[in-house]
Unconditional design. Structure first.
Length: 230
């Protein structure tokens, strides 16, 4: 039986990334479908920075945020399912792979957006200059398709939350407050120092800025992609 202790399970940076992505993904869809492409680009750059931070945090962050801590092999996943969803501190073996799938899909989606261009050539991605117009348009079509893969993963995520809720497990509240119950005898996860979060965040911002400026440190020329003026 789970103990009544409610230590900090999810640190603030992990929660901040989670909920900011939950807002920016639908905002990116809305801004694209309503032709607010400058906002769409800004949202994409922000998501890029968040993903870069989360990947770094998954290596050097606290225990519950680390990929090495929650990624499990097929045997552990089957044992978890066969054990009728026993409790874990942080992500369970199935949820860990759900996180990886979501991050991978978002990384792919953002990467494609960087090389995409709109049909009028007015709002190219910062890296579209490395492609011809036709190739950048083809990437844009894949970018649109991958978005629906992200939507499908979100739907699965919400379905899993509903399944756990039906089993008496509230997964939303701990991601809001950071605190949750842990199995009796288990220790609270070790946090990561604040300076490490600051360093990773600064690196993520620098990466997003550099990529958003087309891998340049000087202003871009007038023509955004090769062959556009020909």
């Amino acid at each position: 039986m789970a103990a009544a202790r409610r230590p900090l399970i999810w640190d603030l940076p992990t929660r901040a990334v989670h909920w900011t992505l939950a807002v920016l993904v639908p905002f990116s869809w809305w801004s694209a479908t309503h032709s607010h492409l400058p906002w769409h680009r800004l949202s994409g750059y922000t998501i890029l920075g968040l993903l870069a931070f989360r990947l770094g945090w998954g290596i050097w962050g606290p225990e519950t945020a680390r990929f090495s801590r929650f990624l499990a092999g097929p045997k552990r996943v089957r044992a978890y399912l066969g054990g009728r969803f026993s409790r874990f501190v942080g992500h369970n073996p199935l949820g860990g792979w759900s996180v990886v799938a979501m991050l991978a899909a978002l990384c792919l989606q953002v990467s494609l957006g960087l090389f995409s261009i709109d049909v009028d050539s007015l709002q190219p991605g910062p890296l579209a200059r490395f492609l011809s117009f036709d190739d950048a348009r083809a990437v844009a079509h894949v970018h649109h398709f991958v978005f629906w893969v992200v939507v499908a993963l979100i739907a699965l995520h919400l379905a899993a939350i509903a399944v756990y809720a039906a089993r008496g497990r509230n997964l939303v509240a701990p991601m809001l407050s950071g605190r949750g119950e842990i199995p009796e005898g288990a220790s609270a996860p070790r946090p990561a120092p604040l300076w490490r979060a600051i360093v990773i965040a600064l690196a993520a911002v620098a990466l997003a800025w550099f990529v958003g400026h087309g891998l340049r440190v000087t202003p871009a020329p007038a023509s955004p992609i090769s062959g556009l003026d020909s």
